[in-house]
Every structure is written in C-alpha cells, then in structure tokens.
Design a protein around this ligand. Structure first.
Ligand code: MRU
Length: 365
C-alpha cells in the first residue's frame, strides 16, 4: 500500500523541543523507517542505524542498540508498526495471525522491562477495538498509536520531573546509577528528568554518576547527556558510592526502574539494591522515578519479576579487551530487586507515591 505520513498527531520531537528545550532522543521515525542511535558505541561515535522489519528491531533491542525500559517499549511499538505495514497487503485474518506471531519474537527480546509488553498490549487492544478496519487502516492506526506512546512518554517524563524536583535539595550532590535519561526514554528521562527539572528551577545540583559495570551506561551515556546539558557530573566507580555516602557527600539518590511490582519492589540495573541499602544505612533518601507504565499490576512482589542474565563476555571484557583470568566462571544478572522498604518514594507521572506502596499503586492505576 502507499504510505502517507500520519497527519493530525503532534511530533514527539516538537513536544520535547517546545516543553523542555532538549533535543537528545534515542529514536527517529521517518518515512516509515525506524532509526536508532547506536548506544553501544556512544559517546565517541553518534551513528544512527536504520530498521525496516520487526525482526531487525527485536534483534536491536536484544543487542542493546537501544536500552532503558521506556525506550525499549517505544522501539518495540514501532517494530510492530513495521510488521503491520509489511502485512498490510494480506486479508485481516492473516494479518492478525502473522502480526501476533511477530509479537512473540518481540516479547522475547528482553524479559525484565515491562514497558515492552505494555506497549505491545496497547497496540493489540487498538486492533481489537477496530473490527471494522481493513489491514491498511490497521497499519495506520498502529502507527498513530506508536507515536502516541512516544509523545505520552515524553509528557510523562516532564510530569515526573515537575513532581520529583521538589524532593531534591536546593544545593547538593545527587547520586544516580545506570542511565535513566533521554537515551533510556522517549526523551528527557525519568531519574535524569527529575534532575533536569530541579536544575531548570534554579537548584544547584551536581550529579554523581556510578559508572555501572559491565555496560558502563553511567560512564558513557549519563555523563554524555549531562555534559551536553551543562549539568555538573562526576563519575565514580560503582564501589565508591558507599564511601561518598559515608563521608556525607550525597544528599539524595534517584534512579529509574525496569519494572515495579504491586507492592513497590523495584527491578532496576544490577547494583541498585546495594545502593539502596547503603542509602538507608547512611540516612539518605532513595527515590525511584518511573512512569506508571513501568508498574506491573499483575506482579505483587519483586521475586516474581524475571531477571535477565546476559553472556559472560560482557564481564570478562572491557572495551572489547579480555581482562579476566582464563577459565573463570561468570554470573551476569543485569538487574536486581530493591525491596520496597528501602524506597523513600516512587516519583511517577501520576504523582509522588509514598509507603504503603500497595495502596498507593492501586490508587494510581
Ligand atoms: O540494561 P539497560 O541499560 O536497559 O538497563 C536500564 C536501566 O536499568 C534503567 O535504569 C531503567 O531501564 C530505567 S530507564 C528510564
């Protein structure tokens, strides 16, 4: 079918420029092609890769060309739009059967971030609600929905920023782990969105970024984003966080989330749990910033969240060079669970949730 640009929907990028004076995004959707900023090679090279098939997009998510829970969800949605356009010459029954088959590959790309499943469910519901549409109409409908998912994520981040900035000190150092910034979302970021909002309101915040072994999201991505925005950032090795807290240097911790259980337990980048325990031991508030779409209402506690394990190579190499003793065995869980008792507040686009989280979460869903 002939593909016309979607009309009537405001561009997510315009939204970001208008509302946040910020332009870093990990995703572009142009001419019915998806472009992803290759986060494996940032910050030294800025290369955009082009995708035209759902399978290619699923592989890109698995390989971490794009990463971060909300960005994975948005990317998966556009991957499923590509599948819809590929199938739009078939009849409705065949379209739905094959499109659902493609969702299975997409869902397997990465297991921990709930946003991937959430985005695909939203597209499925759109199809179910429009039995009158033929396949070309369905493809256009899904494209509009993917663009809405993207715009809504940017708006959610701006709202998270507005709510969360009030919790940060007027002056001080804020520790973050991994990258929960523009690159991990539709734009602006969750944890970094809170920091951006605080800085834009005149707070004198300095960021302390954990390097985040083994993938170095802190050293490569968080540091890059903040330097671009002119926000002071200091890089530390992961093991230094406790010492800085003990010396009284850290005023607050703010991190993102890959999935939040119904009781407030939080899955986030490996190392987050240790930071939360250290924050509690040192009397420092520990905040989690995430959109409501990161809450999994079907899971009542963190031990039910699937934790992704990745290959040994990520641990035994550094910048492609082998660093570990030959023959050593490796475990590489890439997320961990922070129990809700360690979380001072969950900053969402629906407001700041405080304990007891089960009722707070129930009320915001
Ligand atoms: O393995 P990654 O880089 O996808 O892990 C990302 C994180 O753990 C982020 O903190 C989380 O997805 C929140 S991003 C707004």
């Amino acid at each position: 079918m002939k593909r016309e640009p979607v009309s009537g929907s405001s561009s997510p990028l315009d939204l970001l420029r208008e509302r946040a004076n910020s332009s870093v995004v990990p995703i572009k959707w142009e001419g019915h092609r998806l472009y992803l900023l290759d986060q494996r090679i940032l910050p030294h090279k800025e290369i955009w890769l082009e995708y035209s098939s759902a399978r290619g997009v699923a592989q890109a998510i698995r390989d971490m060309v794009v990463r971060g829970a909300p960005a994975i969800g948005i990317t998966a949605a556009f991957g499923m739009v590509l599948a819809a356009f590929e199938l739009s010459d078939s009849d409705r029954t065949t379209f739905i059967e094959r499109w659902l088959g493609e969702t299975e590959f997409m869902l397997q790309a990465r297991p921990t971030a709930i946003n991937l499943k959430w985005a695909i469910e939203r597209l499925k519901e759109k199809i179910d609600r429009h039995p009158e549409l033929e396949t070309d109409g369905l493809a256009i409908l899904l494209e509009k929905e993917a663009l809405s998912i993207w715009s809504e994520d940017i708006q959610a981040n701006l709202d998270i920023g507005s709510y969360g900035q009030a919790l940060l000190p007027d002056v001080g150092k804020v520790l973050t782990h991994c990258n929960a910034g523009s690159l991990a979302t539709g734009g602006y970021g969750t944890a970094l969105g809170v920091i951006r909002a605080a800085v834009s309101r005149g707070k004198k915040i300095e960021v302390v970024a954990n390097e985040t072994r083994p993938w170095l999201q802190g050293a490569r991505l968080t540091a890059w984003e903040l330097i671009r925005d002119g926000i002071p950032v200091t890089l530390i090795v992961d093991g230094a966080a406790g010492f800085l807290m003990q010396r009284g240097e850290i005023g607050a911790v703010v991190v993102g989330a890959d999935r939040i259980a119904g009781n407030g337990d939080v899955a986030n980048k490996i190392g987050t749990y240790a930071i939360a325990e250290l924050a509690r031991a040192n009397g420092i508030p520990f905040y989690v910033a995430a959109p409501v779409s990161t809450i999994d209402p079907e899971i009542c506690s963190g031990d039910q969240i699937p934790i992704e394990e990745r290959g040994a190579r990520e641990v035994i190499t550094l910048a492609g060079k082998e660093i570990a003793a030959h023959g050593v065995s490796v475990e590489n869980p890439v997320f961990d669970i922070t129990p809700h008792r360690l979380v001072s507040a969950i900053i969402t686009d629906a407001g700041v949730l405080v304990p007891p989280y089960d009722s707070a979460i129930h009320a915001c869903l």
